[in-house]
Ligand binder design. Structure first.
Ligand code: AHM
Ligand code: MG
Length: 335
C-alpha cells in the first residue's frame, strides 16, 4: 500500500469496494450506495469539525449567536447530516442514532433494505479542546424489514458491516464488511478516502491499557486486579503504558494500530457501564474481532448480546486477544 500511495494509482474507497464486489457476484451495488451516503456524512462532519472554532459551532445547542440566530451544536448538525443522507439513498429502512430517542423509520425504502445504527459525533465533550472525535456506525440488513425498531434489536454478530470515522490530525475511515479491517484516509483536496492500511491485525498481546482510572474506587475486583497487574506485573515483566483519551473512537483507533486493551467497565455509578450497545460497543467489537482481537463484558462476548432496547448499555473490555482473556479469567476467579 505504501508504494501505491506515492504513485498515481490511488486506491479510493469506491475502487476498493468495486474490486471487492466483483468477488461476490450477488452484490447489487446497494451496499456501495449506502456506504457512499455514510461517506458523504463523514466528509461533511470532517469539514465542519475543521471549521468549528472559526464558525462558532462549538457552543451549546439552543444558545444564540451574535446575530441572535439559534446556534446549533456540532453534534446536532452531524445528526441531521447523517439522517438526511441515509434517508435519501433509498436503501435504508430504519436508523437508530444516539441523538434521538426513537428509531427513525423510512417507509419508502426498497425491500431488502438496511438498518443503520450510529453515533454521529462521539466524544463531543472533547470538541472545544481540539481532541479527536468521531462517528461510529453499524449496518444490519433485513430481507423483510419490519419497518420498526425491531430491525435494530439484533445481536451485533448479525451486523453486515461496521466502522468509524475519526476526525483527528487527519480524517480516517476504518471499515469492515466482515472480511478484515481496512483503513482509509481522507485526502482533503480530492474529497476521497484513500486506502492506507489493508487488513489491520492486532497482535495477540500488547502493553497498553486504556481506562478512566478516576473511577477506580467503584470498579469491580476483576478490573482492579487487572489494572494492578498492568502496573506491577507479577512475572517481573515491563509494566504497561497507560493511554486514555476519553474519546472512544480515538482510544479504539490507537488500540487497532498499536495494540492494547480498552475498558469501560460497569461501576457503582453506571451499573451497566457507560457505552451504548448498538452504536458504540457493537461496531467497535465487530472491528476488533475482525482484526483478530476479542470484545467481552467480562463474562459474555459483546457481539452475542441481545440488546434490551435501542439505547441500552454494556460494560466492555476489548483489544488484544490475550489481554482480554486475562480479564475473562479474573472475572471467573472473582465470581
Ligand atoms: P458521548 O457519547 O456522550 O460522547 O460519551 C461517550 C464517550 C466515549 O467516547 C468515551 O469512551 C467515553 O464517553 C468516556 O467517558 P468518561 O468521560 O466517563 O471517561
Ligand atoms: Mg457516544
Amino acid at each position: 500500500v505504501g508504494d501505491m500511495m506515492s504513485s498515481t494509482d490511488l486506491i479510493t474507497l469506491s475502487r476498493h469496494l468495486i474490486y471487492q464486489q466483483k468477488k461476490h457476484t450477488q452484490a447489487t451495488g446497494d451496499f456501495t450506495l449506502l456506504l457512499t451516503s455514510i461517506c458523504l456524512g463523514c466528509k461533511f462532519v470532517s469539514s465542519a469539525v475543521r471549521k468549528a472554532g472559526l464558525a462558532n459551532m462549538t457552543g451549546l445547542a439552543g444558545a444564540q449567536n451574535v446575530q441572535g440566530e439559534d446556534q446549533k451544536k456540532l453534534d446536532v448538525i452531524a445528526d441531521a447530516v447523517f439522517v438526511n443522507s441515509l434517508r435519501s439513498c433509498g436503501r435504508v429502512a430504519s436508523m437508530v442514532t444516539e441523538e434521538q430517542e426513537e428509531a427513525i423509520i423510512v417507509r419508502e425504502a426498497k425491500s431488502g433494505a438496511y438498518t443503520v445504527v450510529f453515533d454521529p459525533l462521539d466524544g463531543s465533550s472533547n470538541i472545544d479542546c481540539g481532541v479527536s472525535i468521531g462517528t461510529i456506525f453499524g449496518i444490519y440488513k433485513s430481507d423483510h424489514p419490519t419497518f420498526s425498531e425491531a430491525d435494530a434489536l439484533k445481536p451485533g454478530r448479525e451486523m453486515v458491516a461496521a466502522g468509524y470515522a475519526m476526525y483527528g490530525s487527519s480524517t480516517s475511515l476504518v471499515l469492515s464488511w466482515g472480511q478484515g479491517v481496512n483503513s482509509y484516509a481522507l485526502d482533503p483536496a480530492l474529497g476521497e478516502f484513500i486506502l492506507t492500511h489493508e487488513n489491520l491485525q492486532l497482535p495477540p498481546k500488547a502493553s497498553i491499557y486504556s481506562i478512566n482510572e478516576g473511577n477506580y474506587q467503584s470498579w469491580n475486583e476483576a478490573t482492579k486486579e487487572f489494572v494492578e497487574g498492568c502496573k506491577n506485573p507479577k512475572d517481573g515483566s515491563k509494566p504497561y503504558s497507560a493511554r486514555y483519551i476519553g474519546s472512544m473512537v480515538a482510544d479504539i483507533h490507537r488500540t487497532l494500530l498499536y495494540g492494547g486493551i480498552f475498558m469501560y467497565p460497569a461501576d457503582k455509578k453506571s451499573p451497566d457501564g457507560k457505552l451504548r450497545l448498538l452504536y458504540e460497543c457493537f461496531p467497535m467489537a465487530f472491528l476488533v474481532e475482525q482484526a483478530g482481537g476479542k470484545a467481552t463484558t467480562g463474562s459474555k462476548r459483546i457481539l452475542d448480546i441481545q440488546p434490551p432496547n435501542i439505547h441500552g448499555r454494556a460494560p466492555i473490555y476489548l483489544g488484544c486477544k490475550e489481554d482480554v482473556e486475562a480479564i475473562e479469567a479474573l472475572y471467573k476467579k472473582h465470581n
